[in-house]
Design a binder for this molecule. Structure first.
Ligand code: ATP
Length: 622
């Protein structure tokens, strides 16, 4: 693989010394009768090892033995409760190193409507440094497509490609920056044995270029098992074997566990560690006895010679004169590969591509236009009469309710589905959350507003609300602003709840609550509620703003109901628009309504951003 000059980075030796991880689990989760609040669980217990460039190392062990936890720790993720040290080329792990490594997650998380090439291109534009030109970045995409043999599906949307291809795209996405240290969490899960073998061959090719590769794996075939350079076997967070895979059976043989002839060694090893607690405890003890003596032995025992020695501080070879940061290719000022505005531009384009398709579906267009015509027909060509006053207010109420409801629900669904992809991309240091949030807001807003605008053009003029054109424009501004406020509330609820169902409940209660306290249904709310709660309702500001506009310009209305709705009609035969405002209980002026709505928009957008940034994944996976 021919990498660009700027993408070459030093080879990495990974050393980890006495890595342990302890977490506090709510006691009730483990024992409902427990009186304690938290119980400590040790997920990793003094795991040490050293992995050299060019090696492919397998992490194996039963489910729950700590493979993913160890991978995460080595890759500098979820470090709370971790003790011990991880070194990349004798440099203790520091945050800036996360851009020097690749971490291929078990789940293949993408925006699946993008094609393979689009996915790789957006990633390359975001993650490759700004000293590469655009065409060099695109060239790197082509190189990765060839290396991972995914040219056949390059122009296919990811949702349509096979599991093996998806895994390759996942790996390719991480390899774009040409990292020399690669972690993979069960890359072969869900693949048939041929695809799994082919994938392992690809990893071997990458290792031949000097990359250091650590992968957890569940049930490798005999061939794949033997191809690893080192096997680290874990049980209950402890090492029970660290050596060459071909030595594993001999080692366990010396402890009295002999494999039947012709048995896949990987299967035997897994059967062994999956046995009862007693066997596992014996294996853990045996490893501790044998590994300790590796360093203090005079003569090697039968078991010891099958183990690879655990490293010590002495193996790190510190030289006072070395500038280790430089050796790793870390520069102090390289927090992000490209600047904020460059990130914004790429994310804006991607967001447009993703949401444009969802917004302008035939169904959405038909819905908006059909509804506009139905609304227009229901309120068709209202006369400027006293009897039209309630119908005019209900027209405003309808349009200021339907679109905000519709958009709030859309906003609600936005983050729960995108969040896992964003988290993955951000964990590898691809971009700032603020750049993503801005790009999403700016790119989606116009799309969200086109259909309501078309709707209003039709419905407003069919209903004959107010012939003065600036009034129509004011109406439009209020409608769009109400939509943006509603969307922001939806985004906020979506970003702060983990479960879509919870979000739906909160959104429904919020919307209906705001409608009720807005005074649209109950005209005389209980005093203690009515005096303050109505001011929380964005519906009220949008509605009042539009009513003021609808009844503005002192258009003349004819009294035809003797003052049923407008008191002036008891004494006069005509009245002006502003005389009808008392009927609609309008409080604030147009400007005031606008300012409050705009403030609400900024407030809820900011809350949505802060929730996205600070509300963490409650699953608390390690
Ligand atoms: N936040 C947490 N709270 C409680 N237990 C946790 C938490 N995170 C991880 N664990 C536990 O830690 C242990 C190790 O988990 P880990 O995911 O590392 O195992 P694994 O070997 O990768 O398993 P698998 O092969 O099934 O993916 C498991 O018993 C898991 O239940």
């Amino acid at each position: 693989m021919q990498m660009s000059e700027d993408l070459t980075s030093p080879k990495v030796t990974l050393t980890f010394l006495n890595v342990s991880k302890v977490i506090s689990v709510p006691a009730k989760m483990i024992d409902p009768k427990s009186k304690a609040k938290f119980i400590e669980r040790k997920l990793l217990d003094n795991v040490s090892g050293q992995i050299h460039p060019g090696q492919v190392v397998a992490l194996m062990g039963p489910s729950g033995s700590g493979k993913t936890t160890l991978l995460n720790t080595l890759a500098g993720r979820n470090l709370s409760g971790v003790t011990g040290d991880v070194y990349f080329n004798n440099v203790k792990y520091q945050k800036s190193m996360k851009r020097k490594l690749a971490y291929v997650l078990q789940q293949d998380l993408f925006f699946e409507s993008l094609t393979v090439k689009q996915q790789l291109t957006y990633t390359a534009l975001l993650r490759l440094p700004s000293n590469l030109t655009r065409s060099e970045k695109l060239q790197q995409v082509e190189t990765i497509i060839d290396t991972l043999k995914i040219r056949k599906c390059a122009n296919t949307p990811i949702m349509l490609i096979s599991g093996g291809e998806k895994k390759r795209v996942n790996i390719g996405t991480e390899l774009l920056t040409n990292p020399n240290l690669i972690f993979l969490d069960e890359p072969t899960s869900g693949l048939d044995s041929t695809s799994a073998f082919a994938l392992m061959e690809t990893l071997r090719q990458l290792a031949l270029q000097g990359k250091t590769i650590v992968t957890s794996i569940h049930q490798p075939s005999s061939q794949v098992f033997q191809s690893f350079d080192q096997l680290i076997l874990l049980a209950d967070g402890k090492t029970i074997f660290m050596g060459r895979p071909s030595d594993a059976l001999s080692y366990f043989g010396t402890l009295g566990y002999k494999s039947p002839e012709q048995y896949n060694p990987a299967d035997y090893v897994m059967d062994l560690v999956n046995q009862d607690m007693e066997v596992r405890e014996k294996l853990k003890e045996a490893y501790i006895t044998n590994k300790v003596s590796v360093y203090h032995r005079n003569s090697v025992t039968a078991s010891e010679r099958y183990l690879i020695a655990e490293p010590t501080e002495n193996d790190l070879n510190f030289k006072k004169t070395d500038n280790h940061e430089e050796i790793l290719g870390l520069t102090k000022n390289s927090k992000w590969p490209i600047g904020f505005f460059a990130q914004f531009r790429v994310l804006y384009r991607r967001s447009n591509q993703l949401t444009g398709k969802q917004q302008f579906t035939k169904l959405n267009i038909i819905q908006a236009l059909a509804l506009a015509i139905v609304v227009g027909l229901c309120w068709l060509r209202m006369g400027f009469t006293e009897s039209s006053v309630p119908d005019r207010t209900s027209f405003v109420f309808f349009i200021m309710t339907f679109w905000p409801f519709h958009t709030l629900m859309g906003g609600l669904m936005s983050f729960p589905f995108e969040r896992s992809v964003i988290n993955k991309e951000r964990a590898s240091g691809s971009y700032r959350l603020s750049a993503y949030f801005m790009a999403k807001s700016v790119s989606e807003a116009p799309l969200k507003l086109v259909l309501p605008t078309a709707f209003l053009i039709i419905a407003y003029w069919m209903a004959n609300i107010n012939p003065f054109f600036p009034v129509f424009l004011g109406f439009l501004v209020f409608e769009l602003l109400a939509i943006l406020v509603a969307e922001s509330i939806g985004l906020f609820i979506g970003a702060s709840t983990r479960d879509v169902k919870h979000g739906l409940v909160i959104a429904t209660v919020t919307l209906l609550g705001l409608l009720l306290v807005g005074g649209f249904f109950v005209k005389s709310l209980p005093h203690w509620l009515g005096v303050w709660a109505k001011w929380l309702s964005f519906f009220k500001y949008a509605n009042d703003g539009c009513l003021r506009l609808a009844f503005s310009r002192n258009h003349q209305y004819i009294c035809n109901l003797n003052g049923t709705y407008v008191s002036k009609c008891r004494t006069q035969s005509t009245f002006l628009g502003k005389d009808a405002l008392a009927y609609a209980h309008v409080n604030l002026g147009i400007g005031q309504n606008f300012i409050v709505l705009f403030g609400m928009f900024i407030f809820f957008r900011t809350l949505a951003y802060l929730s996205l940034r600070f509300i963490k994944d409650k699953s608390g996976r390690t």
